[in-house]
Design a binder for this molecule. Structure first.
Ligand code: ZN
Length: 270
C-alpha cells in the first residue's frame, strides 16, 4: 500500500461518482433543457435522507395523524403531476407558528402549522406546497449546495463522509427556514411550475396568488414573515402568478375541499 497516495482516492472516487452519472445525462429533471446539475437524482435522494433525519431531530414535528395525512395526500397529488413523480417524496408538518414552508434536497417538503393556520382555503395551501415541490423539481437546493460548497464537498456529503457538515447544513436550514434565499429567477421558475402542477392536480392555481397576497398584507409588505425572507416576494411577482393562473383553463378546478377546515383547525391548536 502506498500510503502517500491514499488520501487522493476518496476524492477521485467521489468525483467519478458524482460526475460520471451527470455526464451520462442522468442529472437533469427534463423540466428545462438548459438545466444542468452535477448531482445525480439518486445522489440527491441519498443526501436528502441524511438531511431529513437531521432536520427532523432539530424541529418539532406535529403528532397529529389526520393533519399529517391531509398535507401528505395534497402534496402527493401535486407530485403526481411532476417529472419526478417516480421518486419517493415526503411531507412533514412542523409545529411552529411562524409562517413558513421549505423544501430540502431529495424530495422533502416541510410546512409549518402557522402557515396552514392562516391559509384561506385548500387551494391556498396547495399553492404553497406546489411552489415548494417546484423548487425540488427544479433542483434549486442542490444547485445552491454545489455553488456554495463545491462539487467535491457535496460528493463527500452524498457518500456520507461528512456527517458533521450535513448536520451543520440542517441546522442552517432550521435556523433560516430554508436551504437558501432564492433568486428572483428561481422564485419565478418555482411559481410557473407550481401553477402548472397544481392545476394538473385539480386545484385552482389562483390560490397561490391569493395566499401570497394574504401573507403580504399580513406582513405589511413582507417584512417579518420567514417565508418571504427566503422566497423574495413583490407585488410584481404576485401579479405574474395571477396572470399565469388565469392563463390556464380553470373550469372544474376547485378552490376548497371537505377536509381543509378540519386540517386548519388542527393546525391552529399548536
Ligand atoms: Zn420559493
Amino acid at each position: 500500500m502506498p500510503p502517500r497516495f491514499s488520501p487522493r482516492w476518496p476524492f477521485l472516487l467521489a468525483f467519478l461518482l458524482v460526475l460520471g452519472p451527470s455526464l451520462a445525462g442522468c442529472a437533469t429533471t427534463g423540466v428545462n433543457a438548459g438545466d444542468f446539475n452535477l448531482v445525480s437524482l439518486d445522489e440527491e435522494w441519498q443526501l436528502g435522507r441524511q438531511l431529513e433525519a437531521d432536520v427532523n431531530r432539530q424541529v418539532r414535528l406535529v403528532n397529529d395523524a389526520a393533519l399529517e395525512r391531509y398535507v401528505e395526500q395534497m402534496g402527493q397529488q401535486i407530485v403526481a403531476q411532476t417529472e419526478l413523480r417516480q421518486l419517493p417524496w415526503r411531507f412533514h408538518v412542523v409545529q411552529d407558528d411562524a409562517i413558513n414552508a421549505f423544501n430540502i434536497p431529495g424530495g422533502v417538503v416541510y410546512v409549518n402549522t402557522g402557515l396552514i393556520a392562516r391559509a384561506g382555503s385548500a387551494s391556498e395551501l396547495a399553492g404553497v406546497l406546489a411552489h415548494e415541490i417546484s423548487h425540488g423539481i427544479a433542483r434549486h437546493g442542490t444547485e445552491r449546495l454545489t455553488t456554495q460548497y463545491g462539487i467535491s464537498i457535496v460528493a463527500g456529503l452524498v457518500l456520507g463522509q461528512d456527517p458533521g457538515l450535513v448536520e451543520q447544513i440542517a441546522a442552517q436550514i432550521v435556523a433560516t427556514g430554508a436551504i437558501a434565499r432564492y433568486s428572483r429567477g428561481a422564485e419565478r421558475e418555482a411559481d410557473d411550475l407550481g401553477v402548472r402542477y397544481m392545476a394538473g392536480a385539480g386545484w385552482d392555481p389562483e390560490g397561490m396568488a391569493r395566499m401570497f397576497q394574504r401573507l403580504m398584507a399580513e406582513g405589511g409588505g413582507g417584512g417579518g414573515i420567514p417565508f418571504f425572507s427566503t422566497h423574495p416576494t413583490t407585488e410584481e411577482r404576485i401579479a405574474n402568478v395571477r396572470a399565469a393562473a388565469r392563463s390556464v383553463n380553470r373550469s372544474g378546478l376547485r378552490t376548497d375541499d371537505a377536509g381543509f377546515a378540519n386540517a386548519r383547525s388542527r393546525a391552529r391548536r399548536y
